[in-house]
Every structure is written in C-alpha cells, then in structure tokens.
Design a protein around this ligand. Sequence first.
Ligand code: ZN
Length: 410
Amino acid sequence: MSFFVPRVSRRMLLATAAGTVLWPAVARALGVASAIRVHDHTTHTRIVLELSENVEFSIFSLADPYRIVADLPELDWTMEGNALAAPTGVVKAVRYGLFQPGRARIVVDLVDPALVKNAFVLPATGGTPNRFVIDLEKAPRDKFLAVAGPQHRIGGLAGAGTKPIPAKGLAEIPPEQANPKKLVVIDPGHGGVDPGAIGLSGVYEKTITLAAAKQLKSRLEATGRYRVKLTRERDLSLELGERREIARAAQADLFISLHADSIGNKTVRGLSVYTLSEKASDREAEQLAEQENNADSIIGVDLSHESQEVRHILVDLAQRESMNLATKLADRLIGELKREATLLRNGHRFARFVVLKSPDVPSVLIEMGYLSNRQDEAALKTEVYRGKLMAAVVRGVDTHFGVVQSARRD
Ligand code: ZN
C-alpha cells in the first residue's frame, strides 16, 4: 500500500499540537519503507533503505556513543521489529521507526567514529524500488567531533533543523479550564525507535505500556469523573521532557507514567511504584532510573543543555508540594495494586526519573512488572491482567481525589 498525502507543514504540526487531540490517528506517511540492509564494502559501509517514494532526507552525527541519525518524512515501516542488530563494517546496529508526527528516523550505532561519505536517493528503475543510500567511512575521533551535532545537518528535509513540536509551543496552549473533571495525563513509556525493555518472548515494553495506557484511559473516563490525555496514542518516540511538558501545559492534576522493567535475574518479578527523589531508595532503583532516563540517548536527542534547567526546577518549592502529593498517591496506588499483583519488596521506591520532574504536577511512575520474568511477561501480555492492574490504579486515583467508596461504579 502507498499513501499520497500532502506533506505536513511545520505550521500544520503546530496546529495539531494546539488541538484537543494531540496525535490524531490520521495516516501521514509519505511512503512505505520495505527493507533495510547494511553492506561492508571494505573502504566504506553502505546502508540501503528501500522506499516506495523518492523522499527528502537530512543526516547528522552524535558523539559518545558514536551515532549517525537520518531524518525522513513519515514512513510506513513494513519490516518486522525496529532494529537490525548484525554488526557490519563500522555499523554496530541500525534502529528505525516513527520519531515524531511527520518524521521518521534512522539511528545508526557505530563501532568506530565514521563520516558520511555519500548520501542520496537512487530513483526507482524497472523492478528496483527507490533506495536511500548512506555510505560511511571510518574516521579519526577529532574529525568526527568536528562535524558532530544537529547544527551540522546535511541534506534537505524541510523543517528538519527545528523541532516540530517545541516544548514552549505546548506551554502556550490555553489550558482547558472551567472543567470540574480532574485531568489525568497517562504516559505510555518508550515508543517509536525506542522499544524499551524486550521481553523473553520478544514483546516490546513500548507495546505493553501503550496497551495498558489505553485501558487505563477508558476506565478513568468511564467513571465520568476524569478527563484523560495520553502523551502518545501510537508507536511514536517522545523525549522525556516533552512527556512532562504535555502534562504541564495541559495543567494536569496527575501524571502517571507506565513502564515494564527487565533485569538479568529472571526470577525477579513484581510491580513497583516510583516517585521522584534526589536520593534513590537503593542501588537497584538508581540503576532503573538511569536505564529509563537513557531513553533520550536511544532516540538520539541531546539532553546536555537540560541538566541546568532541571536542576533549577528541582529546587523549586512547588516541586516539594508535588512530591508530597505524589508520595501519598503512590502509597494509595500500592494499597490497591497489592490486591491484584505481586509487589516487589519496598513496593514504593524513590529515584531520579527525568519524566517525573514536573515542578507542578504530582507524578508517579508504575513499573508494572518484569518482562524478563516468564510469569510477569505472560500476565502483562493479557488484556485481562492489565485490566485488573488498571482498575486498581483507578481506585487509587479515586481515593487520592477523595472519592468515597460507594460512589465507585467499577
Ligand atoms: Zn521503561
């Protein structure tokens, strides 16, 4: 199948961001990507993406770890999975998928620093489809660093030099006030080029979190007491800061981020609820926060500019208030969730999750279980089990907002 939909302009994307529906399910794909290959040609390593259309692209590189990032218009990916892990030449792995509405991204993880020697689209001829080709040549680190960063983009994808949905733009969206219903923002962890944890059976964390988020949304809405917004409604990459900003801009009353963990020890299972703290409750919690915070380096976003801002936010008094509220909510969620699921010891944990750092929105992160544990993974893959967990979350949220037991409809 092939889509011929007019190119989405930057203005249209902003209009979308300002609308009531953040990610409309309208197909915007400009073409179909049907295969990706990597070849080692001794002097260079070649990446070939087969496409139904002749598209524009832009490419830049990122250091530490060495990566090449290629942006393309939104594509329909018909290949299995989101990654090609076979190391070939200078390439360690290639990941690809939807990056943002209107934008597809390929992230090439490099073994060694390498420069883009050539990048072009070969038009289709006869039975051969259009091919997007990137040739990479090994280079010394100093040469790589001299041209690293999005400011050194090459190629001509319209609007690629700017973020289509800037956090500031979102903050200017007028909040939907005068509505007595509490607004809950649900954040399905990971997405797009970032699959999150990968389960024993191969299931992606991003798939589980999105399914659970949709179930939670419909259960909260069914009470008639809540408005619900998802940070993403489909398989899409989002920066952690953007997830936070969506909640802040909408003036959410609560922010709930959903995740599922993975760990080397396959016997470990259980659910836990995290709230923000500058001090982690234990080393395990700290490692998990690092893993989750790392998502931004997976989707190829430079966060180095943000640490200062985040530090300032951290000392904000408003945050103390939000943290106290989040702590109370977490305890209530645990009280309900322990009736439905196995809990980790110390079910309520504290860690420095970037996604929880909204100064003014009480935020919690639920690790629903371990995809590295056979029982947890099997359960999380079922709608019934996720439904039980999400019903418990609704009860916890109800208690948090002082809804009396008898008023419950679920
Ligand atoms: Zn996660």
